[in-house]
Each structure stands twice: as C-alpha cells, then as structure tokens.
Design a protein around this ligand. Structure first.
Ligand SMILES: [Ca+2]
Ligand SMILES: [Ca+2]
Length: 180
C-alpha cells in the first residue's frame, strides 16, 4: 500500500528525469554524506575527503542528523548533504523550517540544485538562524529532497522540521516521511 501511488507520481511529475526512482524499493530514512571542508554556499560542493556516511530518520540536531557521529558544536569546516525522498500521507501545503549554524539549504521536488531554486535558503555564516519555506505536496508522492549544510567555525548545529498547514503540529521525526 505504501507504494500504491507510484503511477500517479510518474504521471504527475513526468518521466525521464534521471534521479527519480522507477522501482518500488524504498528504504526508510535519508542518506547523508559528511565532507571535510566548508562549502561556502557553493551548493555543488563535494570533497574527496568523506568523513562519515549513513542513513538517518531525523535531523533534530547535528547529532541525530549524522547518526551520532558529530556532536552539537563538535566540528569545524565540514559540509553535510542529505538526499532521498519526502512523502506525505495528506495532500496539503507544508511549511518547512531549517535552523542552522552555519549555512543550510532545502530543495524539494528539484532535479538540479542552485541557490535560486530552493524551498529554504539559509546561507552564509551565522549563529543559529531559522528560515522557513512552503511547498504544496500531494499524498503518496515521493518527492526528491536535498538538504545541504555547512559549518565554518564556532558553534554548529542544524534542525529540520515541518508541519502540515492544516495541522500546524511541527515535527522533526522523519519516520514515514523520509525514504531513500
Ligand atoms: Ca564548530
Ligand atoms: Ca558556526
């Protein structure tokens, strides 16, 4: 049942986009990669030095978002990218929130990533700063999601949360929302 709407997903978003899955094999959680080095708002940044990888079901802090590899205020000059799919069970407009020190960006339902096609743009070096964005989502659709975060120096943390506008109860728990 969880994947019964795959056909409508394909029909509503178009076929042939390279990063949209065509199989019905989804796992719970988002994948993450922690790179050595600060991305400095270069949203295509990667590094050949990968510090950690894994899968998480929440980004309530940098600790949970890295599967307990990085403590709050525990790192300097790193970049983290989370990727996967975001699925809701109720069609509605959703409000997303990124609170981060330093920079963070959110993309939903994009196949290329620039600083101008974000759902949330929270770039630059700064203390914990919260930015929000909204997106209208259809129930059962696996929307590609990408979150990018970078810590330069000083304190570091990130929290990703959202709520359905018709509900307004905010959560960070990606169980049942995050897939990869
Ligand atoms: Ca730091
Ligand atoms: Ca910082």
């Amino acid at each position: 049942m969880a994947f019964s709407s795959l056909n409508s997903f394909s029909a509503s978003t178009g076929l042939g986009v390279s990063n949209k899955k065509t199989t019905t094999t989804y796992s719970s959680g988002l994948n993450f990669i922690v790179y050595d080095g600060y991305f400095a708002d270069d949203v295509s940044y990667t590094s050949s030095t990968i510090l950690y990888t894994g899968t998480i079901t929440q980004i309530s802090s940098i600790l949970t978002g890295t599967n307990n590899n990085i403590a709050v205020n525990g790192a300097d000059t790193i970049t983290i990218v989370w990727t996967g799919y975001f699925k809701v069970t109720v069609s509605d407009t959703y409000t997303f929130s990124l609170a981060s020190d330093d920079a963070s960006y959110l993309w939903i339902d994009q196949t290329t990533y620039t600083t101008s096609n974000t759902t949330i743009s929270n770039g630059g070096t700064h203390p914990v700063t919260t930015k929000t964005g909204t997106k209208s989502l259809s129930a059962g659709v696996y929307y590609p999601i990408r979150i990018m975060f970078g810590e330069n120096t000083g304190g570091d943390n990130i929290t990703f949360s959202w709520y359905r506008n018709g509900d307004s109860t905010s959560t960070t728990d990606g169980t049942g929302y995050f897939y990869s």
